[in-house]
Design a protein around this ligand. Structure first.
Ligand SMILES: *[C@@H]1O[C@H](CO)[C@@H](O)[C@H](O)[C@H]1NC(C)=O
Ligand SMILES: *[C@@H]1O[C@H](CO)[C@@H](O)[C@H](O)[C@H]1NC(C)=O
Ligand SMILES: *[C@@H]1O[C@H](CO)[C@@H](O)[C@H](O)[C@H]1NC(C)=O
Ligand SMILES: *[C@@H]1O[C@H](CO)[C@@H](O)[C@H](O)[C@H]1NC(C)=O
Length: 325
């Protein structure tokens, strides 16, 4: 019944009198029904229920005499600027306005201080200053919301990074957002616990996270890295796919993978080479490519010997010997 006419004309055109032909009506009807069915369910964020700490709010009212009022959230939809009597020094933490509303976005930056890593505090901080300048110029967040950077040096260590994430979100700092860590090994525990910090979890934004685990789906609480946001373009998975394309192109099916465990420390900290190898191994396995990893720093003999030993003649392919006439 829905397909009485094959042509559908909205306005004008040959059949303009039948402005809404049956098919269109049916289409619209389907859209409306779909719209009702797919209405977004009430947003339920957070992976565990917790009492919200007053400091979790970006805007709080600090009135020294009226303690019961302290930590009240700014009513939704109310612009903090109308409360602010004084303008100007907005980058200063806790620039109290006349009415006592203070808005502060606290950003915890967890990165190594050692400049051997590209994304280290001394290198990234000037960039963050630039970013803040841009945010202010473009008015991306309201001018009355101060930004406070809280840097931590994790030395690319898992345990340190975890403790820094907890310090940065404890009652002393009460950060709203974590930037970093930039080393994959340090990122993993921070990105894992982020979903259980605060009632709603805390976002972890990093340009790192190259290993394939960080690229797994993250939409549900059950996903390991639920609160992680990777902003980088490069990942080891992409590199593995590139290698696989190459291997497929030449119809190879066996690979010896020589790698240095600690190579490319500057990219993702300790064991970057090992993590890249792990990711490649994962996808080579999916593609039925036989691979044999060989870490050069575990080599007893010299590399020439290792090459002879590992590769030898086992990886030779039948080559036409037309040149040897
Ligand atoms: C902000 O406060 C600092 C320290 O009190 C001061 O040196 C600076 O001039 C102030 N900036 C503005 C724009 O008021
Ligand atoms: C920085 O890291 C590199 C590589 O691990 C190390 O050799 C160097 O000593 C470190 N520098 C400092 C100041 O800790
Ligand atoms: C790999 O091998 C398995 C079992 O032999 C096969 O089912 C699968 O399709 C293969 N995958 C690819 C990508 O060739
Ligand atoms: C490594 O092995 C090759 C071949 O066996 C040999 O010629 C070379 O001298 C060795 N190099 C070192 C540094 O021992």
């Amino acid at each position: 019944m829905c397909t009485r006419t094959s042509r559908c004309c909205w306005f004008g055109g040959p059949g303009w009198k039948r402005v809404l032909c049956y098919r269109c009506v049916c289409f619209l009807y389907a859209l409306i029904v779909l719209g009702i069915v797919l209405l977004p369910a009430p947003v339920e964020s957070g992976c565990r229920r917790l009492v919200r700490k007053p400091c979790e709010a970006i805007c709080v009212r600090r009135t020294p005499d009226d303690v019961s009022n302290a930590g009240r959230r700014l009513p939704i939809g109310m612009n903090p600027t109308i409360f602010a009597a004084e303008r100007g020094n907005v980058s200063l933490p806790l620039s109290a306005s006349a009415t006592g509303w203070t808005c502060e976005l606290r950003i915890v930056v967890i990165m190594p201080a050692n400049t051997s890593v590209e994304a280290s505090l001394p290198r990234v901080q000037p960039v963050l200053e630039k970013a803040e300048g841009y945010i202010r110029r473009e008015g991306i967040i309201p001018a009355d919301v101060a930004i406070r950077w809280i840097p931590f040096d994790d030395r690319c260590e898992q345990a340190r990074a975890t403790v820094m994430a907890m310090d940065g979100t404890g009652s002393d700092y009460c950060g709203h957002l974590i930037l970093g860590p930039s080393c994959d090994f340090a990122l993993a525990p921070v990105a894992r616990i982020a979903r259980y910090i605060y009632n709603d979890g805390i976002p972890v934004i990093t340009g790192a996270g190259y290993t394939f685990d960080f690229e797994e789906p993250k939409t549900h609480c059950e996903n390991e890295f639920h609160m992680l946001i990777r902003t980088g373009l490069v990942s080891f998975k992409r590199m593995a796919f590139f290698m696989i394309e190459l291997i497929r192109h030449f119809n190879w099916n066996r690979v010896v993978y020589f790698y240095e465990r600690q190579s490319y420390y500057n990219v993702a900290g300790p064991q970057t080479g090992h993590l890249l190898m792990n990711t490649m191994a994962e996808f080579f396995r999916h593609e039925n490519i036989t691979y044999s990893p060989f870490s050069t720093d575990s080599a007893r003999t010299n590399l020439t010997e290792s090459l002879k030993e590992k590769v030898g003649l086992s990886y030779a392919s039948p080559v036409k010997t037309t040149l040897l006439v």
